[in-house]
Ligand binder design. Structure first.
Ligand code: ADP
Ligand code: MG
Length: 728
C-alpha cells in the first residue's frame, strides 16, 4: 500500500494551473460587491443616504425609521446581485471572523405570502448565541446575551450569495466582546486628540483619520500535501521535519518570477478583492520558498482592519479553488523565514494632509515634527504595552527567536532625522531670539523634505520604523487581527497628544508664542525619549544587553509579554480614553492567556500523536528490514557477518536509541502537561505551559528529525520539507 505521502505527492505534482475568469479592468469592477457611495446613491432615498453618510463621516446616530429605509435599499441592491441571505459579520475575540446566515425569505406559518424581507431592526441589531464565543468571564451563559450592532462606517458587502453587514459585538451590559468596538473607540479618541493638535497649525482641520496599510505575508502549500501533515492541519505549522538541504540560502525566491499556478491564484484572489473593494496593489515572492506577500493601498484604519480580516477568509476560499492551503502562521517551517504583517500607520487630516509627511513650509514641517516626536514619545512610554498588543503563541516564534524583529520594541528613524532631533535638542529654554527662530526655520525645520528623500538606509531589523511618511509597525504577526495592535497604537498616541496639547497650552499661558511653546515641549521630549531610538542591528546580542541597560522590556514569551496589558498604567490609559474599561481589558488578558494555553496544549497533543502513530511505527518497520538484512548476512558469513553488516548494526542501534529517547521525552512532556493542567491560576498555567511543557517540543523534534534522516525514504510517511516547500 502506498502511503498517504506518496498519494499526496502524486496529486500535487499532477496539478495544472487553474484558469482564472477575466472580469475586466480593475477600475471597472472595483467595489461592485460593496454597498459603497455609488450603490447608496442609487438605492437609497436622499434622506437615507444623508443619514448614512453623516454616520460614516461624523459618527451621528441613525434612527429606526431611517434604518428601515436603509435596509430596504440595501436589500434591493443585494437581491439585484443574486443575494439570498444576510449576516451580521463580526470579529469575536477568537481572532477570526464570525457569521450566521439568515435568508431574506419569510412566510406566514401556513406558508402563505412568501416574501423577501429585511427590516431596519434586523440591519441594526441582532442577538447571535454568544455563549460559545470567548468572553473572559464578562458574560455568564445564564446571564445576559450578547448582541451585534451595525457599524455604518464599514460598508456592507456581498460574499458569494450573502450580504455581510460589518458589526460590533457587545454584551448586554455594554462591554465589548470583540476586536472592533475598542478599535472604534480608540480611533475616535485619536481623531479628537490629533485634531486639537493639528489646529495649532491649521484652524480648518476638523477631523483626523488614522490610516493603515498592512502587508500580509503567507505561505502556499499544495492542499494534498498539507492534508498529509496532521501538524499543519491542526496547528498551522510543522511540528517536525528535517530542514531541507535547499532552503532560502541561494536567495533565489525573493522578488523572483512567480510560478504560474501561484500567479493564477493571486490573479483570482485579486479579482475577488476588487469586487469586495479591497484595494490590493502589490504582490510578490517573499524570502522563503513558497512564501508570498500581498499589500493594499492604505485606507482608514477601521476599514483596513475589516479588509484584512475579510482578506484572510477570501484567501483561504480562493485557495481551495487552486488546491492551495494558505498558511498564515508566523513560523510554519523551521530554518526558513517566518511571516509577519507590517502595519504601516499614519494620520491624515480632512484637509488632505498626511501629518507624518514633511511638508513644503517651515509651518508644515513643524507640524510634521510635532506628530513625529509625539509618536516617538508615546511608544517610549508604552513600549511594553505595544509589545503586549502583538503577543501570541505563534508570534513568539518570530519575536526574540533570532528572527525579525526582536522582542524589544525600539524605533528606527534614520540618520537624517536623528540629526534633526539633535539640533532641536539645542533649542533655548523659554523665549527664542529672532536669530534662533530664523536659524530654526532655515536650517533645521526648513531642510527636512530634502533630507528625507535620501533616507534610504532602511533598517529591516527594527520592529517600529519611520519610513518617510509613515511609521511601520513590523512586529505584528501574520495571523493577527490588526485591531489589537491598532487599538493600542492609536490609543497611546491619542493619550500623548492630549498631554502634549496641555503642556503647550500651559506654556502659551505663561506668555510664550505658540511656536516657541511647541519647540520647548518637543525639546524636552527629545531628551526624554533617547532610550527608545535605535539604529543598529536589532538581532545582535549587543543590542539585547544595551536595551537591558536602557531599561527597555524584552519579553520573549507571550505569558510574560501579556502582563503589561493589565498593569495600572494600561488600565488607566484605556479607561481614561474610554477605549476599554477595566473589565474589558482584564477579560482580554484572560482570553489571550487561555488562547495561548490551548494552542500550546494542542501542539503537544498533536506532537504526541504523530510521534507515536507515525514516527515510531515507521522506525520499527525499517528496523525489521535491517534485522532481516543482518540475519541474512549472518546466514551467509556466520561469525564474520559484522565485517559486512557493521553499518546496518550501527543504524539499527541508533534508531533504537532515538526511539527510546522519543518515548522518554514523550512521557516527560505528558507529565508536565498533566501538572500544568491542574494549575489553578490562569497566569501560572500559561507560564507552566511555556516554561515546563513547550521546551520538550524541540527535544522531541530533534530525535524525530534524526530518524527522518536514517529511515528509508520509501518508508517515511510524513511529507518532507523539501516536498512541502518546493512543490508548486
Ligand atoms: P515595504 O515595506 O514592503 O518596502 P512600503 O514601505 O512601500 O513597502 O510599504 C507599503 C505599504 O505602506 C503599503 O501597504 C501602503 O499602503 C502603506 N502606506 C503608504 N503610505 C501610507 C500612509 N500614509 N498610511 C498608512 N499606510 C501607508
Ligand atoms: Mg513594509
Amino acid at each position: 500500500m502506498t502511503s498517504f505521502r506518496f498519494e499526496a505527492l502524486k496529486a500535487a505534482s499532477n496539478r495544472k494551473p487553474v484558469a482564472v475568469p477575466e472580469l475586466g479592468k480593475k477600475s471597472e469592477i472595483f467595489g461592485s460587491n460593496v454597498f459603497n457611495d455609488k450603490a447608496m446613491r442609487q438605492h437609497l432615498t436622499s434622506e437615507a443616504y444623508k443619514a448614512v453618510r453623516s454616520a460614516m463621516d461624523y459618527g451621528t446616530k441613525i434612527d429606526r425609521k431611517m434604518a428601515d429605509f436603509v435596509a430596504l435599499g440595501m436589500k434591493e441592491w443585494a437581491m439585484s446581485k443574486g443575494v439570498t441571505h444576510y449576516t451580521h459579520w463580526f470579529q469575536p475575540l477568537t481572532g477570526t471572523t464570525a457569521e450566521k446566515h439568515d435568508a431574506f425569505f419569510e412566510t406566514s406559518f401556513d406558508g402563505a405570502d412568501p416574501v423577501e424581507k429585511f427590516s431596519g431592526s434586523l440591519l441594526v441589531q441582532q442577538e447571535p448565541d454568544a455563549s460559545s464565543f470567548p468572553n473572559g468571564g464578562i458574560r455568564n451563559t445564564f446571564e445576559a446575551r450578547g448582541y451585534t450592532a451595525w457599524d455604518p462606517t464599514s460598508p456592507a458587502f456581498i460574499f458569494g450569495t450573502t450580504l455581510c453587514i460589518p458589526t460590533v459585538f457587545v454584551s448586554y451590559t455594554g462591554e465589548a466582546l470583540d476586536n472592533k468596538a475598542p478599535l472604534l473607540r480608540a480611533l475616535l479618541s485619536i481623531d479628537e486628540a490629533a485634531t486639537e493638535v493639528a489646529k495649532f497649525f491649521d484652524k480648518n482641520v476638523k477631523k483626523v483619520t488614522p490610516t493603515l496599510g498592512w502587508e500580509q505575508e503567507y505561505f502556499l502549500i499544495d492542499d494534498a500535501l498539507a492534508a498529509s501533515r496532521p501538524d499543519i492541519l491542526q496547528t498551522g505549522r510543522t511540528l517536525l521535519g528535517h530542514v531541507s538541504a535547499k532552503g532560502q540560502q541561494l536567495e533565489d525566491h525573493y522578488f523572483g518570477s512567480i510560478p504560474t499556478r501561484v500567479l493564477n491564484y493571486m490573479r483570482d484572489l485579486e479579482n475577488e478583492c476588487m469586487l469586495l473593494g479591497i484595494p490590493v496593489k502589490t504582490r510578490h515572492n517573499e524570502v522563503a520558498p513558497n512564501q508570498f506577500e500581498l499589500a493594499p493601498i492604505f485606507e482608514e484604519t477601521n476599514l483596513a482592519v475589516d479588509h484584512n480580516s475579510l482578506l484572510m477568509d477570501v484567501m483561504q476560499k480562493v485557495g481551495e479553488r487552486h488546491h492551495f492551503k494558505v498558511l498564515f502562521h508566523e513560523k510554519p517551517f523551521k530554518g526558513v523565514n517566518g511571516s509577519g504583517k507590517h502595519n504601516n500607520w499614519s494620520l491624515a487630516t480632512d484637509t488632505g494632509v498626511n501629518l507624518l509627511a514633511p511638508g513644503k513650509t517651515p509651518n508644515s514641517n513643524l507640524q510634521f515634527l510635532t506628530f513625529f516626536i509625539n509618536t516617538i514619545k508615546a511608544v517610549s512610554i508604552y513600549e511594553e504595552l505595544l509589545r503586549a498588543s502583538i503577543a501570541s503563541a505563534s508570534n513568539d516564534h518570530r519575536l526574540g527567536a533570532n528572527e525579525a524583529p526582536p522582542a524589544i520594541i525600539s524605533i528606527f528613524i534614520g540618520q537624517q532625522l536623528t540629526k534633526v532631533l539633535e539640533e532641536l535638542e539645542g533649542v533655548s529654554t523659554g523665549k527664542l531670539s529672532p536669530e534662533e527662530k530664523t536659524d530654526l526655520k532655515l536650517n533645521v525645520v526648513g531642510k527636512i523634505p530634502d533630507v528625507l528623500l535620501d533616507n534610504t538606509d532602511r533598517n529591516r531589523t527594527s520592529p517600529f520604523a519611520f519610513t518617510g511618511n509613515k511609521f511601520e509597525f513590523r512586529a505584528v504577526g501574520s495571523t493577527a487581527n490588526c485591531a489589537n495592535a491598532m487599538t493600542t497604537l492609536n490609543a497611546i498616541v491619542a493619550k500623548q497628544l492630549i498631554d502634549f496639547k496641555k503642556e503647550v497650552d500651559a506654556l502659551i499661558e505663561t506668555g510664550l508664542k505658540k511656536d516657541e511653546a511647541i519647540f520647548n515641549v518637543l525639546r524636552e521630549y527629545i531628551k526624554e525619549t533617547k532610550n527608545i531610538l535605535f539604529e543598529g542591528d536589532g538581532y545582535s546580542k549587543e543590542w539585547e544587553e544595551e536595551a537591558a541597560r536602557r531599561g527597555l522590556s524584552n519579553h520573549k514569551t507571550t505569558p510574560s509579554a501579556l502582563k503589561a496589558k493589565v498593569s495600572q498604567k494600561s488600565l488607566d490609559l484605556f479607561s481614561e480614553l474610554n477605549v476599554m474599561n477595566n473589565t474589558e481589558v482584564e477579560a482580554r488578558y484572560e482570553i489571550e492567556l487561555e488562547d495561548y494555553i490551548k494552542k500550546i496544549q494542542i501542539e503537544g497533543r498533536v506532537l504526541g500523536d504523530i510521534v507515536r502513530n507515525h514516527i515510531i511505527p515507521t522506525a520499527f518497520k525499517y528496523q525489521n528490514i535491517l534485522i532481516k538484512n543482518i540475519k541474512g548476512f549472518k546466514d551467509i558469513f556466520g561469525d564474520d557477518y559484522e565485517e559486512y553488516a557493521g553499518e546496518q548494526l550501527i543504524i539499527l542501534k541508533k534508531i533504537s536509541m532515538h526511539v527510546n529517547e522519543l518515548n522518554a521525552k514523550l512521557h516527560l512532556m505528558m507529565d508536565a502537561r498533566k501538572e500544568a493542567n491542574v494549575v489553578e491560576s490562569l497566569e501560572e498555567r500559561a507560564h507552566a505551559y511555556c516554561d515546563k511543557v513547550k521546551p520538550y517540543y524541540d527535544e522531541i523534534r530533534y530525535h524525530a528529525d534524526k530518524l527522518e534522516l536514517m529511515v528509508d525514504n520509501e518508508f517515511w510517511v510524513l511529507t518532507k520539507y523539501r516536498e512541502l516547500l518546493f512543490t508548486r
